[in-house]
Structure formats: structure tokens, C-alpha cells
Design a protein around this ligand. Structure first.
Ligand SMILES: O=C(O)[C@H](O)[C@@H](O)[C@H](O)[C@H](O)COP(=O)(O)O
Length: 239
């Protein structure tokens, strides 16, 4: 596990962008699963401006690690956010953008999306293999849309599952634990002091962290890299 602590959210996003660009220069084509929420907005803005010309977007296929089951025009849609901050601003072919159809019936969509991923990606140990999966972490220790109350999704035999937001009950489509842990690289982007206690508990491997889905993300053979700003890392003291 690698921990990168950067001064602020922009520096954190830049550190990841440099990592993603280095991967692209070395490997060319990439299957990338994006995170949602608010943290990636700064990264997507960077990729759409300072880094846009550095990537060959024809070789990059974008998926989502999770999506809210809402229309793509809904303010809750991770696709909508990504489109506004990135997709509409770079020359990525439409065919390289594989959004979750949040407007579909969730139970049907997890089948469709799972089959799409299984058809498009290489497989290892029966799981589709993403090159890079970007993940965020909620203040409850969830990641993608695997929440503590549905921690069994870490062990699902399926590629995708329907998840339920613990407070709102909002339906989500999420990649499952085995897929997340089959990736060649999992990169957490976590910023803000509202995440600092969970980061401390996870990095110190405290017993309480075992109830956090994010704690259990550790690729079997791939890289695990945490990109944090100082605020998110402020309670953790490197040994
Ligand atoms: O759809 C989502 O909400 C995300 O994929 C989710 O896992 C997110 O990464 C965390 O909730 C952190 O969200 P923030 O970046 O807004 O803190």
C-alpha cells in the first residue's frame, strides 16, 4: 500500500492525474472505473484542462464504480457530474463512455452493466480486471456504493449489485468487492478533515475499521494507492 499526502485537494488531484498519465504512457489503452460524489470534481476539471491534450482519449474507456439509480440529467447522477466536469470537454469517443443507465430498473441494470463489463474487460480468477479504479470514501467508511450495512457486497459473486443508501434508501448500482480487488490499481482519492478519523482508524488497522467497506479494499495482485490531502491525513501519524 502506498500513501501520498498532498497539501490540498488540488495538489492531491494533480498527484493522481500524474499517476494516471504515467500509466497511460506506459500501457496505452486503459479501462478506468470512476468514482462519484464531490471529491473527483477537481480531478475531472484538471483532466479536462491541464491534462486534456496529454491523453489519447480514443484509448481510454470509462466506466463507473457506482451510480445512483436516477436519470442522467438528475443532480444526483455521477454521470451528469462527470459529463459537466470532464466528458463534455475532452475528445473521448461516445463509444468509450459506458455509463450506468440509472434510469433503468436497478435489478435489470445490474445484469446489463455487469454483462457489459464482463464482455469488454479481460478476466482473472473469474473477475473482470480494470486497469485503474478510482474510489472515494464516505464519512461512514463506505466506498463505491458498498455501505457498512451491506458489507456483504464485498463478497458478492456478481460483478455488480443493487445497493441501498443507508439514510435515503436511494437505489444504487455498485461494483462489488471481488471486482474492486481484482483491479491492477485501486486509487483512493480522499480529502477533507471530515474523513480524518476514518483514515486514522483504517491505517492503524483498528478493530472498528473492520466494519468499514473501504478497509477491505486491497487488490490481490494490484497496487493500492491512497491519495490524501493533509486535512484527511491530519489524524494519522506515519509510524
Ligand atoms: O456515488 C458516490 O457517492 C461515490 O462513488 C461514493 O463512494 C463517494 O466516493 C463517497 O461517498 C465520497 O463522496 P465525496 O467525494 O462527496 O466525499
Amino acid at each position: 500500500m502506498q500513501i501520498n499526502i498532498c497539501e490540498n485537494p488540488v495538489a492531491t488531484a494533480k498527484a493522481f492525474a500524474e499517476y494516471m498519465l504515467a500509466w497511460h504512457k506506459q500501457h496505452g489503452a486503459m479501462n478506468v472505473a470512476l468514482s462519484g460524489g464531490s471529491t473527483p470534481k477537481i480531478l475531472f476539471d484538471l483532466l479536462a484542462t491541464d491534462y486534456a491534450a496529454a491523453f489519447d482519449w480514443t484509448k481510454i474507456n470509462l466506466y463507473w464504480g457506482d451510480e445512483r439509480c436516477v436519470a442522467p440529467t438528475d443532480s444526483d447522477s455521477n454521470y451528469k457530474m462527470t459529463n459537466e466536469h470532464l466528458l463534455a470537454k475532452v475528445n473521448i469517443p461516445e463509444g468509450n463512455i459506458h455509463r450506468v443507465l440509472g434510469e433503468n430498473d436497478p435489478e435489470q441494470e445490474v445484469i446489463r452493466y455487469g454483462q457489459l463489463i464482463e464482455q469488454n474487460l479481460p478476466k482473472k480468477d473469474g473477475n473482470p480486471v480494470f486497469d485503474i479504479i478510482i474510489l472515494g470514501m464516505g464519512t461512514d467508511g463506505h466506498t463505491a456504493s458498498i455501505f457498512p450495512h451491506e458489507i456483504e457486497l464485498l463478497d458478492s459473486a456478481k460483478t455488480c449489485e443493487v445497493a441501498n443508501h443507508p439514510e435515503t434508501g436511494q437505489k444504487r448500482v455498485t461494483l462489488t468487492g471481488p471486482v474492486l480487488n481484482q483491479a491492477r490499481s485501486v486509487c483512493f482519492l480522499v480529502t477533507g478533515d471530515n474523513k480524518k478519523e476514518k483514515i486514522k482508524q483504517i491505517f492503524e488497522e483498528q478493530d472498528v475499521a473492520k466494519s468499514y467497506p473501504a478497509y477491505h479494499i486491497n487488490p490481490k495482485e494490484g497496487e493500492l494507492i491512497w491519495f490524501l490531502d493533509e486535512a484527511a491525513a491530519s489524524s494519522y501519524k506515519k509510524p
